[in-house]
Ligand binder design. Structure first.
Ligand code: PLP
Length: 442
């Protein structure tokens, strides 16, 4: 009997159909390191291939270890079903390819992880999918850029470096009247925001970050809210309303609810068409590692957020810092977004601007002893990066500013070490950066 709870702490350990391994009674989730599954009979195999019965066929498409991860995360997000994939990047790409083909477009916020921005401006474009960028400060911009070829809207819950939450409910609502689903990347705000509660249709995560939590494994997930009517305006969603020649003419929007009793056409199509053809599967060994991370995510993320709040307070009072970027410090419309979408904490990414500009930024990073200098976020360890000299160094000064990256900007991904130690390391590095600022002023 699956455990039902409202609490993510319980769901992270118990949600879904797995209770113990049916073959051995193992409590820990086994790594089912297999490519294939023996069919009971030809009739059984035919039913599985025809989707009349759900079951294991081949690990490119499904795996029992990965299934535990999918069921638990889907429950935590309040979704209906999920698909584990090989990385967060493949989750984003497949989430869009599942609705859009050459000649179609999507409308996205420009405030995105750099890899996603590249996918949208280069690779999807090369595939014939146009990405139109809408400033989410006015959600109506999404409506203005939509037409009969718009297949999805896209935004990140908590994009860095600005850390201003995306207006999920406002954009989702605009989309629903047009039969356009909102896809939300919730990587930076697990647990604190549940995009389905605000009307999103699809949620993606890079599992590589907080959910894995230990910097060991790359993975991604796509979660279907089961809350979107893919057949409301058939011409707007051709992937779900036209016969699919690659699956003996299946019309996904109508076949799936009938066959499976749940409105999860989106995730079924992603699994049996896109994973079948593109093969970006999550390995069972990585799924196992990511389950270990997920089991303690609620505990860790509480600590991440508490430490981030303490680091923010410390930075606010520091002479070498001209500005601290953290959602609890916002005013006006940005505060309203933070209050609405980050009800259970403001995340664990903190931005700071050093008075001494680019030289101080470099000096700060070079002086860190405890905090790692890496491009990643969401590790249990505290991490830092100076975008102007690394991730954003190829952009012009104007483009850096447009992306929210000033010369002295440093991004911290606050970890779960003792807050005193994190702050002590930041403090000593700020002393070094201050010396640079003083020299710059002199
Ligand atoms: N989405 C966001 C918000 C990210 O920060 C990242 C990675 O940094 C990704 C997606 C891509 O995830 P992955 O590195 O697992 O491919």
């Amino acid at each position: 009997m699956p455990v039902i709870s409202q609490h993510s702490e319980t769901l992270a350990l118990h949600a879904g159909s797995y209770r113990r391994d049916p073959a051995t009674n193992s409590v820990a989730v086994p790594i089912y390191q297999t490519t294939s599954y023996q069919f009971d009979s030809t009739a059984h195999a035919s039913k599985l291939f025809a989707l009349q019965e759900l079951g294991n066929i081949y690990t490119r498409i499904m795996n029992p270890t990965t299934q535990v991860l999918e069921e638990r995360l889907s429950a935590i997000e309040g979704g209906a079903a999920a698909l584990g994939v090989s990385s967060g990047s493949s989750a984003v790409a497949l989430a869009i390819q599942n609705v859009a083909s050459s000649g179609d477009n999507i409308v996205a916020s420009p405030h995105l992880y750099g890899g996603t921005y590249n996918l949208f401006t280069n690779t999807l474009r090369q595939m014939g999918i146009e990405v139109r960028f809408a400033d989410p400060a006015n959600p109506e911009n999404f409506a203005d850029l939509s037409d009969e070829k718009t297949r999805a809207y896209f935004g990140e819950t908590l994009p860095n470096p600005r850390l201003v939450p995306f207006p999920i409910a406002e954009v989702a609502e605009i989309g629903r009247t047009r039969a356009i689903p909102l896809i939300v990347d919730n990587t930076a705000a697990p647990l604190t925001c549940r995009p389905f509660d605000h009307g999103a249709a699809v949620v993606v995560h890079s599992l590589t970050k907080y959910i894995g939590g230990h910097g060991t494994s790359i993975g991604g997930i796509i979660i279907d809210g089961g809350n979107f009517d893919w057949t409301a305006k058939p011409a707007q969603q051709p992937h779900f309303n036209q016969p699919d020649g690659s699956y003996h003419g299946a019309v996904w929007g109508t076949l799936v609810p009938e066959a499976l009793g749940a409105p999860i056409a989106y995730i079924i199509r992603a699994r049996v068409v896109l994973l079948r053809d593109l093969g970006a599967s999550l390995s069972p060994a990585n799924a196992f590692q990511l389950i270990q991370g997920l089991e303690t995510l609620p505990l860790r993320f509480r600590e991440h957020q508490a430490n981030a709040a303490k680091v923010t307070s410390f930075l606010e009072d520091h002479d070498a810092v001209s500005r601290v970027i953290y959602p609890s410090l916002f005013g006006g419309a940005e505060k309203a977004l933070a209050d609405k979408y980050l009800a259970k904490g403001h995340g664990a990414l903190v931005g700071l601007e050093l008075i001494g500009g680019i030289d101080a930024g470099r000096a700060f990073i070079d002086a860190l002893k405890l905090i790692y200098h890496v491009a990643n976020i969401g590790d249990a360890r505290s991490l830092a990066i100076h975008p102007a000299s690394t991730t954003h160094s190829q952009l012009s000064a104007a483009d850096q500013l447009a992306a929210g990256v000033t010369p002295g900007y440093v991004r911290l991904s606050v970890g779960i070490e003792h807050s005193d130690d994190i702050i002590a390391d930041i403090s000593q590095a700020l002393d070094t950066a201050s010396a640079i600022s003083l020299k710059t002023v002199a």
